[in-house]
Structures are given as structure tokens and as C-alpha cells.
Design a protein around this ligand. Structure first.
Ligand SMILES: C[S@@+](CC[C@H](N)C(=O)[O-])C[C@H]1O[C@@H](n2cnc3c(N)ncnc32)[C@H](O)[C@@H]1O
Length: 487
């Protein structure tokens, strides 16, 4: 069972406390951007035994021994330092299991615990364009249209989120959902035309809302050509949802077109503060029956401890009783990286591609010598940088920037000695990446604890395959049936 239930405040508090203690100890690592590898001499921060043994590993062995789940290498016979093995074990023990749920059964058992009738809930496999369980009805006939201009990662997310949302809506009798931060409306189209839900989209950027309306019209033209008439068009509202919207239901009511007992709040990739905003609205508004939200871009959250609408921490427990000194932009940024695909690329002998980390860190040493120094500047990304000599990479990365770099520096002894260390740069980045799931865990558990403090029992579900979609946790919280004991 990979879902985590948020019913026991004490259990959640203890898990969060352990993560904090661990992460505070490794703040020096989470705060070390790989970009500053040479300027801040990151390698010297490792204890001697770690540095020595990492120097003896190949990158493939690093991927196999330390990053991958199996933790075994076919080639490495080196015994790693106990402290490094303990670091690895602690990262694993403190992180939520990221293995995607294999069917909707875990959602169904959560709903049963909340008092929803088990008779209406049946075992259900995931549908996907490629699986044996094919989409049915409108989803099937429109699948070509849905897939147009939608990458495989997004298709995977739409199918799983769509099916999950449709099931919860059916069981909770919420025919209307509000998709907040709807972007250009991929999810809302899937839910309304595919699953027949009544969808209201809230999006703060007007241009995304208008693009969504155009895409909706194109899809309706396809429906007309195929003789599909029974369709529900999503409504698009340009609005910035605030953390405590006093009249969210009042605002939504004029746009509701189906008979519904309440409304569900959903969000796919609720970046930065948008996730906490949805959670706060759900917690206080009796008209909102459920929330289903996937977070992303944690580093964009507000961290001001004095603000009542801060993104982290949300719970009173963390706010009043813990010292989250590890929390920083850098730590929350690394939590958004894709551990599984990185580890796969190290073991698939694609690791040469990561030379680019070293190129960028080497260039940084030259950029900070400028007058005025150009620290951590956003440079052009260079395709296939690992196949280029450093000089060419540097020229391309700085292209169109008004930088007076002494290009004779590009082949200096200093540069050559940095470039020789490219494997160390990748090793250091990999160590940092091992902490990413722990940081994401603490952010998600704090959200669950906030809900528990408000009296709601939520759950965390790894909804997506993390190799396809690394931010794969859905926070689901449903207000229980009145007579149930709740979970
Ligand atoms: C990462 S995008 C996700 C878009 C879409 N859900 C998807 O998955 O493709 C987040 C969207 O949320 C919107 N947004 C951020 N904060 C918002 C707020 N407080 N109210 C409404 N929209 C917001 C942004 O403009 C952006 O389009």
C-alpha cells in the first residue's frame, strides 16, 4: 500500500520531526547548488571517506549503488563507508514510497473509510492509451483529438487524474469541479468532454484562458464531425484565487450548470503557493466537498514565517514546534528534480551528457571574476553540450549576453583542472539529489497535517509513474459522509 493516510496527527508529527532532524543536518548539501561547485569548493565539504570512495566508483556504479532502488551493482566490489550507506538508508526510510498506485483500489478503500457506500465502488484498472484497459465512450472516440499536441507525459497525467477525479465525483455526487490554475485547459477538456463532468476553470492568466477557449472550440468541431452531441463545454474565468476566498462558492455558483450537491477543487501542477491556496480554500469552505491536487515548483512557495498564507510550513505543529532551518530556495528547488530518470540515465551509460554540469560550474568561476560579477546568471541552454569543446559551449551559453569575457581564459590551466573533475561534479549532484524525495515528503506531510489539524483526513497517493512524471503525489481529501466516523 503506497497511499499515506493523514488521520493520526501524532504519527504525522513524528515523521515530520524525523525528516527535519535529518534535513537540518544535511543543509550544507541541500543548499549547495552544483553551479557553485568550484567557486564554493563543494568537494571539500564531503568527509574524507565519502570523497575517497566516490572517487573510486564509476558513475554507473554510483547510479546502481546509491541512487537506484535496488542498491546493487554488477561491477562494484568496493565496500562503501558505513556513514554513506546510513545516509542512503535514511533517505529511503524517510521518503514516501513513490511507486505509482496500480489501480484505483487505494482511492476506493479511502472513500469506504470515509463512509461512502461500497456498493457504488468497484475495482477499476487504470485506462491509458497504451494499456490493455482501453478508454470507453466519448474518451475512446475522441482520443485522437485529446492527444493532439499533448506530450506522452501529459497524456499519462490526464488519463490518471481524469479517471481518479471522475470516480471521486461520482461517489461524492459532485458533478461540478473547479480546475484551478487550469492553464490552457488540457485537464478540463478531458474531464468535461471525456468524462462528462461540469468543469469551471479558474486561471489568473487571461491569455491561457483565451487559448483554452479556442482549443475547446476545435474539439467541439471534432465532436460535431463525429456526431457526438451530448457534450458539456467548460467555462473559463480569469481570476487569481486567494488563499482564503470568503465567497468561493458564491463566485462559482452562477457558472454551475449541472445539479450537484457540492463542488470538487482540482489542480494539476499547482505550482508554488497555488497548492496551499487550494488546500486552505477546501478546509474552510463547506461548499467544497473534495480536493485533488498535484504540486510542483515548491521553491516558488512563500516562506515568510510571519505570514498567515505562507506555503511552508502550513501546519501549526511545524510552525510552532520545529526549527525548519533546512528550508531554503535551494532545498525546495532540488525537491523538484527527477531522481528516477537521472538515476536511469547514469546507469544507461548516458552519464557523459552530465558533463554540462561541470561546464556550467567552470564557466561560473569565470563569470564571477567579471566587473561587475555575473553570479548565477541565467545562460542559454546548449544542446548536446557534452559533445562540444568547453570553449564552444561557453560561447554558445553566453551568446546574446553583453559579457566581456577574456576568451583566452577558456583554455587556461585553471579551466583544464576544473574540466578534469566532471565526474566529481556529477557525484556531488547525485548525493544532493538523494535528498530530494525527503524534502518533497516533508512538504507533502506538512500539508496533510494542516488538514488533520483542521479536522479533515486526507491522503497522499503516488498517482503517476514517477519516471514519466516526477511530481507524482496527489493530495486527496474528501469531507466524510455526515454519519461516518471518518478515518
Ligand atoms: C504549472 S501551471 C499548470 C497548468 C495546468 N494545470 C497544467 O497542468 O497544464 C500553473 C497555472 O496556475 C496558474 N495560477 C497560479 N496561481 C494561480 C492562482 N492563485 N489563481 C489562479 N491561477 C493561478 C498559472 O497562471 C499557471 O497557468
Amino acid at each position: 500500500m503506497s497511499a499515506v493516510l493523514g488521520h493520526d496527527c501524532f504519527v504525522l508529527q513524528e515523521k515530520i520531526r524525523s525528516c527535519h532532524t535529518f534535513l537540518n543536518t544535511y543543509k550544507w548539501l541541500t543548499d549547495s547548488f552544483v553551479l557553485d561547485f568550484f567557486t564554493e569548493n563543494h568537494w571539500a565539504k564531503l568527509c574524507t571517506s565519502w570523497a575517497q570512495s566516490l572517487d573510486l566508483l564509476t558513475l554507473q556504479e554510483m547510479g546502481e549503488c546509491l541512487l537506484s532502488q535496488s542498491g546493487t551493482s554488477k561491477t562494484n566490489s568496493l565496500v562503501l563507508p558505513l556513514s554513506l550507506l546510513a545516509f542512503k538508508a535514511a533517505c529511503k526510510a524517510l521518503s514516501l514510497d513513490r511507486t505509482a498506485i496500480s489501480s484505483l483500489d487505494e482511492i476506493i478503500s479511502y472513500l469506504i473509510k470515509l463512509g461512502f457506500k461500497s456498493a457504488t465502488l468497484q475495482h477499476c484498472e487504470w485506462m491509458s492509451p497504451n494499456s490493455a484497459c482501453k478508454p470507453k465512450g466519448a474518451l475512446r472516440s475522441l482520443s485522437q483529438v485529446f492527444h493532439r499536441q499533448v506530450k506522452p507525459k501529459k497524456q499519462h497525467e490526464l488519463y490518471r487524474m481524469g479517471q481518479c477525479c471522475a470516480t471521486i465525483s461520482q461517489v461524492t455526487k459532485c458533478q461540478t469541479v473547479a480546475d484551478v490554475g487550469a492553464g490552457v485547459g488540457h485537464l478540463s477538456r478531458f474531464l468535461s468532454y471525456g468524462h462528462g463532468l461540469d468543469v469551471i476553470c479558474l486561471e489568473c492568466e487571461e491569455k491561457f484562458g483565451s487559448a483554452a477557449v479556442k482549443l475547446d472550440s476545435k474539439l467541439e468541431e471534432s465532436c460535431a464531425r463525429q456526431g457526438i452531441t451530448n457534450i458539456t463545454t467548460p467555462r473559463h474565468i480569469t481570476l487569481t484565487l486567494s488563499p482564503y476566498t470568503k465567497n468561493l462558492m458564491e463566485l462559482l455558483e452562477p457558472h454551475i450548470i449541472k445539479e450537484t450537491s457540492a463542488v470538487g477543487l482540482i489542480g494539476l501542477h499547482t505550482c508554488g503557493d497555488l497548492g496551499p491556496t487550494l488546500i486552505r480554500n477546501f478546509a474552510v469552505d463547506p461548499g467544497i466537498k473534495f480536493i485533488l491536487a498535484i504540486g510542483c515548483c515548491y521553491m516558488k512557495m512563500s516562506l515568510d514565517r510571519t505570514s498567515p498564507v505562507r506555503g511552508y510550513p502550513m501546519s501549526n505543529f511545524v510552525q510552532n514546534q520545529l526549527n525548519p532551518s533546512f528550508v531554503s530556495y535551494e532545498a525546495l528547488e532540488v525537491a523538484c528534480h527527477a531522481l528516477e530518470s537521472y538515476s536511469g540515465r547514469l546507469t544507461d551509460l548516458e552519464s557523459e551528457k552530465f558533463k554540462v554540469h561541470c561546464y556550467r560550474a567552470t564557466l561560473e568561476t569565470l563569470l564571477i571574476k567579471l566587473e561587475p560579477p555575473l553570479q548565477r546568471a541565467g545562460l542559454r541552454s546548449v544542446k548536446n553540450a557534452h559533445l562540444l569543446p568547453f570553449e564552444e559551449y561557453a560561447r554558445k551559453a553566453l551568446d546574446k549576453m553583453d559579457v566581456k569575457l577574456d576568451f583566452s581564459d577558456l583554455s587556461s590551466e585553471h579551466v583544464q583542472s576544473c574540466l578534469k573533475q566532471w565526474k566529481r561534479v556529477v557525484m556531488f549532484y547525485s548525493l544532493r539529489l538523494m535528498l530530494a524525495p525527503v524534502i518533497e515528503t516533508v512538504v507533502q506531510l506538512d500539508r496533510l497535517l494542516y488538514l488533520a489539524e483542521q479536522g479533515w483526513c486526507g491522503c497522499l497517493l503516488p498517482l503517476f509513474d514517477c519516471r514519466l512524471s516526477p511530481r507524482n503525489f496527489a493530495l486527496l481529501c474528501v469531507k466524510p459522509e455526515p454519519k461516518s466516523e471518518s478515518c
